[in-house]
Design a protein around this ligand. Structure first.
Ligand code: FMN
Ligand code: SF4
Ligand code: FES
Length: 612
């Protein structure tokens, strides 16, 4: 075997950036296995530290991180090359990511990318196709095309990162070639306020846009910590009972009952237990968790504390996607204020309950939203899903019992505890009590996050969003996300509840409602969805790795008007591919990668011949 250390040395600034995170370097000495595992959890933060300082992960920087963390260099390279936001090829200090995903495509992203290309040259190649010899190829690119940046309400969107001693980054909507250029030159735009709409009293977003997200005092003045107080009175079993009685169901896509999850972790004999808030939110079209975290960061942290109490956990991890700099900054600030006020830490509210939260920043990998991939990412491994069972409630983060929840699920639990399960269930449907956040984007007058009672009809939600502008008509709605379903104009009366959408073969998924009018060309959108799954497949299982490529090729043939046999034969082939991926993939990505495309081919008119 040819095991080699990385020979290149780090630059002074790379060394400084890593030491600032990990502390001064000591003598190189063998590291016991338990300590190596512990150190390894800092691998992703250390790679971020390098890239934040110099704009990329150079061989010298990577080698230094691997030495400091006792990670074999080959494995360090494997991790660094896994994430789209980390670059192993040299990049300038200022770099732009321009979204060309579905909602932005509908808003003219292709034109934007062409204009950016004219000004800045061609985009960077994807990591896995990058020149393996940095400096040996073409000059470094200044920008890259990006999957959804979670700003679909403000499409088209872009994100600019500036490396240095004081790194800065901003994601912004309404992007133009000029605003991208200005941001690269140093003028990062101020964040825009999200549009928040809905019907009935706001519960999940009661404080959004009302209370100052940087002020704990304001949070307390608007009902903050009432739920935690009640939770401490009820005790862990009481909290689990209340959440179970409210029939709270997870909002991250899998619709699992939260009370059952918390109870399973609380009962697990193995210790310690963990709470994980899954704020990876990388499903194209989804941005509700961003709005929650940006507008009400204290609530997300309070809710994690309640979950910690319920499940007997002393530590929580909040894993937030790397493309949410504003949300991360606000959570960090809120965490500091909560610690200072004794609302997080060794003795929460003086009740003898210890709980604290670690913030972890993802680095551009949709698959890290899959709960077990997320654990691997936090632990310093490639974000590849694990086989289930064992389920996270038995063996999760660090192989310990873990409750993973979406931010919206957690904040809904606050509502339940504050007002009681009965009050919570006074809106919504019997099977889906409470309210739900929807991410409305595409061709509507007022894109934004909408909070409505479960059971609100889809056409009523579209009306709240101002309907389709310009007198055009709805061609289709993508419901649930990239792994969701296209609904035709005759399906818009569906009530938005778990049970009603299931009845028509759809799902609420991550709450995506992407509206397409009759002007939007469907086939390019389907090709973008296929490219997304091909790109984001972690490649572990053959059916998903190969199937997502074949699916994309199939759509390319259809787009070229050159189907293999006939369009019907291609649709049958897609069904076969989908079946293989559903049956033999180990995680939800492969299992759902064809759903939306199949639904479009079956009921819409992506191309003239596709109509039965
Ligand atoms: C490919 C993939 C991506 C996912 N991304 C997310 C995500 O970004 N956020 C999330 O909460 N759940 C995501 N999930 C679902 C999680 O695995 C998990 O079910 C969820 O976080 C549990 O929280 P909940 O019970 O509150 O819904 C994803 C699942 C898959 C298969
Ligand atoms: S289904 Fe796809 S994404 Fe999921 S583990 Fe397998 S290869 Fe990776
Ligand atoms: S931000 Fe571009 S599709 Fe979501």
């Amino acid at each position: 075997m040819d095991l080699r250390a990385i020979a290149a040395a780090p630059s002074d600034s790379e060394r400084e950036a890593v030491d600032a995170l990990l502390g001064p370097a000591g003598e190189d000495a063998p590291v016991p296995a338990a300590e190596a595992a512990q150190r390894r959890t800092m691998l992703l933060p250390a790679l971020h530290a390098l890239q934040d300082r110099v704009g990329w992960v150079s061989p010298g920087g990577l080698g230094y991180v691997c030495r400091r963390l006792a990670v074999p260099p080959a494995e360090g390279f494997g991790v660094a090359s896994f994430y789209a936001l980390l670059s192993l090829s040299e990049r300038p200090a200022a770099f732009a990511h321009v979204c060309d995903d579905i909602a932005c495509q509908v808003a003219g992203a292709d034109r934007l990318c062409m204009e950016v290309s004219r000004k800045l040259g061609p985009p960077a190649r994807p990591q896995h196709r990058a020149d393996p010899h940095p400096g040996g190829g073409s000059p470094p690119a200044h920008w890259a095309r990006s999957p959804c940046l979670g700003l679909c309400d403000q499409a088209p969107a872009a994100m600019v990162t500036r490396a240095g001693v004081r790194p800065a980054e901003a994601a912004f909507g309404g992007a133009s070639a000029a605003s991208v250029l200005r941001a690269l030159e140093g003028a990062l735009p101020a964040p825009a306020l999200p549009f928040i709409g809905g019907q009935g009293p706001r519960r999940l977003l009661a404080r959004a846009g009302v209370a100052d997200p940087s002020s704990l005092r304001d949070y307390l003045a608007h009902g903050g910590t009432a739920a935690l107080r009640r939770a401490l009175e009820l005790g862990p079993a009481g909290v689990v009972r209340e959440v179970g009685e409210a029939k709270l169901v997870g909002r991250g896509g899998a619709a699992f009952p939260t009370g059952r999850k918390w109870e399973a972790v609380a009962r697990a004999a193995e210790r310690p237990h963990y709470v994980v808030c899954n704020a990876d939110e990388s499903e194209p079209g989804t941005f509700k968790d961003r709005v929650l975290m940006e507008c009400d960061p204290f609530a997300v942290l309070e809710a994690m504390t309640v979950a910690g109490l319920a499940t007997g956990s002393e530590r929580g991890y909040l894993y937030i996607r790397g493309e949410y700099p504003l949300a991360l900054a606000r959570l960090d600030q809120a965490r500091g204020a909560l610690r200072q006020a004794g609302l997080l830490g060794a003795d929460v509210m003086g009740k003898g309950f210890a709980f604290d939260v670690e913030l972890r920043r993802g680095a551009g990998a949709y698959i890290c939203g899959e709960e077990t991939a997320l654990f691997n990412s936090v632990e310093g491994f490639r974000g590849e899903p694990r086989n289930k069972p064992p389920f996270p409630v038995q063996s999760g983060l660090f192989r310990k019992p873990t409750a993973v929840n979406n931010p919206e699920t957690l904040v809904a639990a606050l509502d339940i505890l504050r007002d009681g399960a009965a009050a919570y269930a006074s809106v919504g449907t019997a099977g889906s009590p409470g309210t739900k956040l929807f991410c409305v984007s595409g061709r509507v007058a007022r894109p934004g996050v909408y909070e409505v009672p479960f059971g609100t009809r889809l056409d009523a939600l579209l009306e709240l969003a101002g309907g389709v502008p310009g007198g055009r008509r709805v061609q289709a709605v993508l419901l649930g996300g990239a792994a969701g379903t296209f609904l035709g104009p005759d399906e818009l009366a569906v009530p938005l509840s778990f049970e009603d959408t299931r009845r028509i073969g759809a799902s609420l998924g991550s709450g995506v409602v992407l509206v397409l009018d009759d002007e939007v060309a469907l086939l390019p959108l389907l090709r973008r969805l296929a490219a997304f799954f091909r790109d984001e497949s972690c490649g572990q299982c053959v059916p998903c790795r190969v199937g997502t490529v074949r699916q994309e090729e199939l759509l390319a043939r259809l787009a070229a008007g050159a189907p293999l046999g006939s369009v019907q034969a291609e649709a049958a082939l897609l069904d076969e591919l989908a079946q293989a991926m559903r049956d033999a993939s180990i995680c939800g990505l492969g299992q759902t990668a064809s759903l939306a495309i199949q639904s479009a081919l079956a009921k819409l008119r992506p191309l003239p011949e596709a109509k039965p």
